[in-house]
Design a binder for this molecule. Sequence first.
Ligand code: TYM
Length: 336
Amino acid sequence: MEQTEQKKVIFSGIQPSGELTLGNYLGALKNWVKLQDQYDCYYCIVDMHAITVKQEPKDLRRRTLEVLSIYIAAGIDPEKNTLFIQSHVPAHAEAAWLLNCNTYMGELSRMTQFKDKSQRYGNNISAGLFNYPVLMVADILLYQADLVPVGVDQKQHLELTRDVAERFNNTYSETFKIPEPYIPEAGAKIMDLQEPTKKMSKSSDNPNSYILIMDPPEVIRKKVSRAVTDSLGVVKYNDEQPGVKNLMTILSVIKGKTIQEIEKEYEGQGYAQFKKDVAEAIVGELEPIQKKVKDLVANKEYLESIYKKGAEKASYVANKTLRKMQKKIGFIPVSR
Ligand code: TYM
């Protein structure tokens, strides 16, 4: 048996619905890179998720290829992993329909991300936004994933995935592996720099509240220097100082230092040097990635070769599971 066949499977994805943030990087991408040697990884650019809210077609096209470039530039080896674009594998949409018929409206109504987003978009909420978690269930189950590395905000969708998988298995006999979430201990919820009790999000209206993976160094420095802290003036990790706590988390995850080490290092100092060091840590981490992304996005042929190969491999695996689902549900098979 080949080595990859024995490895456990990972599936994860990022929406190309906005520019990627430091939250996406520390909560998801950085961990994907760490996991790629031990697991058989499928890393997807989930463009079908992105259209649950309005997208400008040319921006969606540009961002989809940029996200693929960011995956590679961040250190995900396209030779070792399967990198692909969700809409290239129609089995995702087909499986999502079958699973929609095995998911309750009540379950979807309880999804906090839907509640938040539907508040933001008011009267223009698409049915896709409501059903979106089922597409995510399909993404994961089609690959019989063991592990799904995500940030904290996706935990509820993972619980839904497990519930729907178990229900399907109970109704139609064993079909899906039940996946586990992989949520990092630190960095699973990077907070907004202006309102540090809220998650850092690419959809925020205030650009000072997030750092983008592609923000130039001088912009990163400015945003960190403007990050909201407090008047206590001590670098301490506690809930009364959410802004400082967030910056400490960022520094700790990037530099691999413990919170205690950071507290000690800045004992008796205010925030000036601390903030400078946080900014330099982020710049040091992101600048090499940005340089690679710029080269990669210019190389459309190379990117095409990666996503074509990825779609072929992903389709093979996804179609196998889809056929199994169709058969169990009672659809008539047709030889292909
Ligand atoms: P998305 O595109 O919103 O975010 C991608 C990943 O980044 C994580 N993340 C964060 N982590 C820490 N701090 C933050 N501030 C932060 N913001 C975002 C998210 O938790 C996520 O891991 N529905 C998913 C995409 C998806 C998916 C899947 C994920 C579709 N199908 C299947 C895993 C498996 C989403 O909207 O993520």
